[in-house]
Design a protein around this ligand. Structure first.
Ligand SMILES: *[C@@H]1O[C@H](CO)[C@@H](O)[C@H](O)[C@H]1NC(C)=O
Ligand SMILES: *[C@@H]1O[C@H](CO)[C@@H](O)[C@H](O)[C@H]1NC(C)=O
Ligand SMILES: *[C@@H]1O[C@H](CO)[C@@H](O)[C@H](O)[C@H]1NC(C)=O
Ligand SMILES: *[C@@H]1O[C@H](CO)[C@@H](O)[C@H](O)[C@H]1NC(C)=O
Ligand SMILES: *[C@@H]1O[C@H](CO)[C@@H](O)[C@H](O)[C@H]1NC(C)=O
Ligand SMILES: *[C@@H]1O[C@H](CO)[C@@H](O)[C@H](O)[C@H]1NC(C)=O
Ligand SMILES: *[C@@H]1O[C@H](CO)[C@@H](O)[C@H](O)[C@H]1NC(C)=O
Ligand SMILES: *[C@@H]1O[C@H](CO)[C@@H](O)[C@H](O)[C@H]1NC(C)=O
Ligand SMILES: *[C@@H]1O[C@H](CO)[C@@H](O)[C@H](O)[C@H]1NC(C)=O
Length: 498
């Protein structure tokens, strides 16, 4: 199989056109793009493991006004195979930015535990993703159609769906436990925080609810990436840091550009400085993706990869004296772990501009509520120095979507600094996961608990159990089960009267 790299999206092309300013903007979105596109590819290329019924429910486009009366069909997936006859717990996945089937297939933990809890499984699709389009093919056409893409509206969709399910006699007294990973985990935590009378508890895995201005330092994310590489070999991040100048130096003339293009087998030879910058972004994406999926067993999550792929990459980057072309040859070998593990990739495609709606949706969210600053200084991390610049970020968003980012909105809406009133939430974070930079790593209250998983990358605990899982992940899942059982029992005790 040709594994084309899909790391570059529309925003990157915009970035190239504008040159410098849009860097941080492009970075995050490129990251999300590649992540979800490859998730989807995985579903398409492997026979789906889990089965469900596909349903839809009518939803108001705008939950918060009385002037917009439009409705649309929100998609959700159901599996009632294991549910108890009456008042079965409802395990509800709060869908994130992508096709809900992808998340259903990658959240094996819910499937693993449904039988022992006699639970109904529900996976709800996030509006504006997958097939849940408020204005069909016009949903992304302009701001007047796209403006209803907010986390608040999405949470209200989930509340409506839960209330609809509970309006049926068999679920009248069903406790609801929500699950989510990444942005889906943020939504799980927030729905419990906002609607504790509707949702009894939340498993929020790798949910960076604190990755916002004034709460988390923007440097933290890429320092964790760097630290993953450093743990693999102390020279590895040093050589990667050194490689940026070597790339610029070697590609400063045509002979060097040709050498690199030939030796790295680029699909399109490097022609000018924007091509070189694109190459550098491409490498940064690969390093970041590797850290995010540094799983303990071989998997085809983002790409077919060996177990602990960061270690495999760093095996090629141990010799401190590597320099010049020798260093670049070693870097090419190293990234081939990600780009060519199957040995079937013909050439490296730095530019894959197939538009994907999911990516556009996330970049709109990143331009409105989800302003999650990420930056690098090139000293404490292995990346090129890249300060966080809200003014440039804002300019891009105005240009792209005619919207102004509201960096304080999330913390105002849901809380960041004082979450001590939160209850019945587990925040699980793998310390190897760069997104743990914005995760909740300390208990917030006696029932809003932080579970730290030292050996885990991005929401490993939500995946189905595997013989190679590190013990810390096994333990985290025990915590999840323990608290889910406790929340269900507390709910039943409270509702004994019926
Ligand atoms: C629920 O999932 C199980 C296991 O994947 C499958 O056997 C069953 O047919 C599914 N039920 C429905 C209603 O899709
Ligand atoms: C949008 O959908 C309508 C009706 O289904 C169709 O006529 C139209 O060609 C579509 N537009 C685009 C740009 O796909
Ligand atoms: C830049 O490249 C030239 C040869 O093209 C080499 O002599 C010089 O040492 C290189 N400098 C660095 C910093 O790699
Ligand atoms: C650089 O070269 C690419 C083709 O490789 C071209 O699409 C792009 O417009 C060029 N950029 C500049 C700034 O010349
Ligand atoms: C993972 O390893 C197993 C056994 O070692 C092998 O059968 C399988 O093909 C590997 N998968 C990938 C994606 O490399
Ligand atoms: C490290 O790289 C240098 C420069 O290429 C080389 O001379 C040396 O033999 C290498 N050391 C090892 C242990 O491979
Ligand atoms: C991928 O690996 C195969 C086998 O080693 C090699 O022939 C091919 O050139 C590699 N592709 C790239 C892009 O490096
Ligand atoms: C991107 O790649 C496609 C082919 O894959 C090519 O037609 C196009 O010119 C490339 N664009 C740039 C900017 O290099
Ligand atoms: C967090 O809460 C859990 C569950 O109550 C408890 O086991 C753990 O010791 C607490 N951690 C800290 C640091 O207080």
């Amino acid at each position: 199989m040709h594994f084309g790299m899909k790391a570059h999206n529309i925003l990157l092309l915009i970035f190239i056109a504008l040159c410098q300013p849009a860097v941080q903007y492009a970075f995050l979105n490129r990251f999300y793009r590649s992540y979800h596109e490859q998730l989807r590819t995985q579903i398409e290329s492997h026979s789906a493991k889990y089965k469900y019924e596909i349903k839809t429910i009518d939803m108001p486009v705008d939950h918060f006004s009385f002037s917009v009366l439009d409705t649309f069909k929100l998609r959700y997936l159901l599996n009632n195979t294991w549910q108890k006859p009456k008042d079965a717990p409802i395990f509800f996945y709060t869908g994130n930015e992508g096709n809900i089937e992808t998340f259903a297939q990658n959240t094996g933990f819910m499937w693993d535990i449904a039988p022992e809890f006699g639970a109904l499984l529900v996976f709800a699709e996030h509006r504006y993703y997958g097939e849940s389009m408020p204005y069909s093919n016009k949903s992304y056409a302009d701001l007047s159609h796209l403006g209803y893409l907010t986390s608040q509206q999405a949470l209200e969709d989930y509340v409506d769906l839960i209330q609809y399910l509970r309006s049926k006699p068999e679920y009248k007294h069903s406790p609801v436990i929500v699950f989510g990973g990444s942005y889906g985990g943020m939504l799980s935590a927030w729905i419990r925080i906002k609607y504790p009378h509707i949702v009894q508890g939340a498993i929020a895995s790798s949910a960076p609810i604190l990755q916002f201005s004034g709460v988390t330092e923007c440097e933290a994310f890429l320092r964790i990436v760097t630290s993953d590489f450093k743990i693999a070999h102390s020279n590895c991040p040093k050589l990667i840091r050194k490689s940026w100048n070597v790339i610029y130096n070697i590609t400063s003339n045509d002979k060097g550009k040709k050498w690199l293009s030939d030796n790295w087998k680029l699909c399109q030879p490097l022609k000018n400085t924007s091509d070189v910058k694109q190459l550098i972004s491409y490498l940064e994406d690969i390093y970041t993706n590797l850290a995010v999926v540094n799983y303990p067993y071989n998997a085809s999550f983002l790409a077919p990869l060996p177990a602990y792929p960061v270690n495999a990459v760093c095996k090629h980057l141990t010799n401190q004296s590597l320099a010049g072309m020798e260093l670049l040859t070693a870097i090419h070998k190293a990234i081939s772990i990600f780009t060519n593990y199957t040995k079937e990739t013909k050439c490296l495609n730095l530019n894959d501009s197939t538009p994907e709606l999911g990516a556009v949706g996330w970049s709109f969210q990143a331009c409105t509520e989800m302003v999650m600053p990420i930056c690098s200084d090139g000293v404490n991390d292995m990346f090129e120095p890249r300060p966080w610049n809200l003014d440039e970020y804002t300019k891009d968003c105005v240009k792209q979507y005619s919207v102004k980012p509201q960096p304080n909105l999330v913390c105002e809406q849901y809380g960041c600094k004082d979450l001590s009133t939160a209850t019945n939430i587990i925040f699980s974070n793998g310390l190897m996961d760069p997104w743990s930079s914005g995760g909740v790593l300390r208990n917030l209250s006696s029932s809003a608990i932080a579970v730290v998983i030292p050996e885990s990358a991005h929401h490993l605990d939500l995946r189905s159990s595997d013989a190679n899982d590190p013990y810390s992940v096994v333990l985290a899942r025990k915590y999840h089960r323990f608290f889910i059982r406790k929340w269900i029992e507390e709910y039943r005790d409270k509702n004994k009267s019926y």
